[in-house]
Design a protein around this ligand. Sequence first.
Ligand code: SAH
Ligand code: MG
Length: 927
Amino acid sequence: MIEAGKPQANPSKMSSLSPKAIIHQKYGDKAFYQVEEVQVTPQNECPGLVITQKAPPCLYRCTLHLPETTVVSDTFKKKKEAEQSAAEKAIEKLGLRQKEYNPTKQEAWDDLAGRVAFLFANEFLSFPNPLSNHFRAALRRDGHFNGFVPVSVIAVYDAKTTSICKFINPAAEMNSLLVMSLVSRAAAKLSDLVIVSDDQLSVQRRNLYSPEIISSINHEASLLESIPLDVILIPVSCEKAVEPLKLNISATGYYLDVIAHALSLPGASDIIISRTIGKASSEMRIYSSTPKRLFENLSEPQTKQASHVEGSLNIRATYFAGQEIHGDAILASIGYTWKSPDLSHEAISLCSYYRNFVSKIPSGPYKVSRDAMLAAQLPLAFTTKSNWRGSFPRDILSAFCRYHHLSEPVFSTQSSMLDSSVNLPGSRKKLKATELSKKEKSELGIAAAPTGAISCNIKIYSKNQELLLECSPQESYRKQTDAVQSVALKVLRWLDIYFEKPDLSAEELGLLAKKFDIQFTQNFFKGFSLCHSVHRSGTTITQASDTTLNNVEGLNSGVTPANGCLACISYTVSLLGEGDGTKEYIESCEEFEFEVGNQAVLPHLEAAVEKMAVGQSAYFTVELPLSELILAASGDSAKTLSLLSPRSCKLEYCVTLLQVTEPLEDRMEQALFSPPLSKQRVEFAVCQIRQSSAVSLVDFGCGSGSLLDSLLSYPTSLEKIAGVDLSHRGLAKAAKLVHSKLNSLLDPNEPTSEMKSAALYYGNITEFDPQLHGFDIATCLEVIEHMEEEEACLFGNVVLSLFAPKILIVSTPNYEYNVILQGCTPRGQEDDPDEKNQGQATKFRNHDHKFEWTRAQFQHWASELAVKHNYSVEFSGVGGAADEEPGFASQIAIFRRGEESVSSMECGSEYVQIWKWSREDQPVGVS
Ligand code: SAH
Ligand code: MG
């Protein structure tokens, strides 16, 4: 019952958390759920009747192991239900829900002593949990140490102890040394129960355990096998290289004694154990010597600081563990877990050490996920899920936070519905309900285009919940995944710059942060204080300025990658000793796919691939990157290291372009329409040209000249053609294509063309150039959707009022047709399966599209323009049909200039002519 007027104790928390979540909050991965199938024997419902068709339903029962108790659920049809029920039972049993644990300092001291007493009781040894394994192993320790349990083990493996210590001193949560000292002080008060060693680093039970326990432990020991374990030694001196070490974990002894020995320490008790490093499931930890002076100081509650031990700080290990490590340290993956009663262990090679090291760089987890340390880079943008390769930005950011011992990043998405009554998809650009009035919207032709615009914001906190940084971009997206991934990528890219440029001043960093919509706090620098002293060697390559492509081999197939394509390459990277010509393979891949134009690979590599055609190979060399990257890639780190040290080296890349995959839009258009949609657009234009007997044509947004080139394959009345675009790359291709086509038409045997001149211009089609005034026909195919909607309107106005062609043909995708296109895309290329076919907004056909219009939107745009500039307009399209839902795949508007229309010939800017051809200039005799 809730009493009136009395505030309820955190009601939201109590109602919203599932039992499992409550258990997780308290125990984290110390809670272990074991689900078993329970076969139901049919209770003789109908004696004599044999049930053959149906096996009895399978039921599940869950056992939940917690450090202090084990509970078993009832049986359920679903595994999940069984787990929740077990959690619920545990909550009841432990009284977790009734009262929050909130003791006074004195109560906490009592509880701590009680906890220590509990751990050293007979029964504790029989609980199957990681800590009791240590207690049993301690009973197998040699001679003098026999039975002594290191306090470090209690501090690290008993969550309950730490949570009690927090109430004695809040700093204990982050400081296991402090927990250790509190535990040994609590133990000292239990003198009739336990003995604390002289150095206070270990505790032993005063009375012997029962003989049965001792004999069962001796029996266990006789079954154990020796374990050879690969570990890594991280010397305290940064001058010394990190090296691999082999430990022999003896059959009968205690593994912590073996590690201590390797560190030249007397025994297990002198070791301090770090928290786990890397992956959530990892048992990888750093073992080092307990800084005794610091420890002693801690046991005097008055003295707080102990800076005099700083001299022996192991920077690399400290950086790795995210907590202070002193002296030489060992990185090992070994320990008792909840999953098995045996000691679990894993070899750590130098290569995996360096991969973990690289994973601390923001782009590191991406490189690791692509298994390409020396080729992959964090891409510039999250274009589409289907073009993304490797781990997703959100996961990388989570991994990054984990590696730096920060809290999980907090994503929050907001969706601003502009007009909830109409739920039509619209543009991806910034549309804020407050910014545009209805009237303004209708002027922009987007009256019917309200849309759920989703934006995302990310906050990163330290483990203590101090805010380190926040990223809140303006951009909004139609889909939550896009919003989340794009912002995560933004944060990662900024962090990457911070990690790469240690000498960036706080001011410069701040300016940069602004560009990335990031705000950071002073705590940010605290969180990453060590990264620059650790990641300092080596240069980072950010620009492919002076790469010379040594040679491109192989025939030019003509198939070259354009932005947005997926390029598939094979490559090898070798370490090249300068002078002596030694060569060592470091990294290679038979098939490596990446999106061109998105900086998804090393700049040199991208620049090289852009110059290549399918089938060609090339090689080039670059200066050495961060040596850790090379070592993380190399299979034989020791050999690589020896090559790296004495002489100067370079990296040599050999790359072959295997295949180029067109962007999804082109693939769809080719796969689903026959002839392909692009060809149908050309044929449509040719038909208009024929009917109008046009002599001159200008193609606005000609791209790589596909329309101009194809037009020339048909007999038409055209004598003069021109193309305009803003893409140099497109124009260069167009020039090449059109040039060879025109010259081939000069062949007297093929008198198909009256063509007199052709030209290509670099220019923005929303600006007027008088040179192109008054052409018979203007085309603008699949271009407007690449501009912002305002620009599309501006273009319409400029063309009809200034360029004033007799006919203007504009095509753009029909958004409503996307359901069909995207429903037919081969499986696996598309986004989340749960978003398919649910009346959900489909995505745009191409990541470069700024909008895609419905028929209503397009017709609204075109009709307004026509009226305003005295043109008539009619609508048509290609792909699909006018009278069948959802209309044409590509919708087309044909504008015709009215008789009495007068166009004003204003002056304008002149486009830059990139290429021109005229019949007169061609060698005589050919024509
Ligand atoms: N019309 C071509 C290309 C379509 S792709 C075809 O149908 O194949 C769109 C093209 O529009 C790109 O080449 C892009 O560079 C160009 N473009 C986009 N905005 C432009 C602008 N404001 N001025 C000139 N070209 C533009
Ligand atoms: Mg397009």
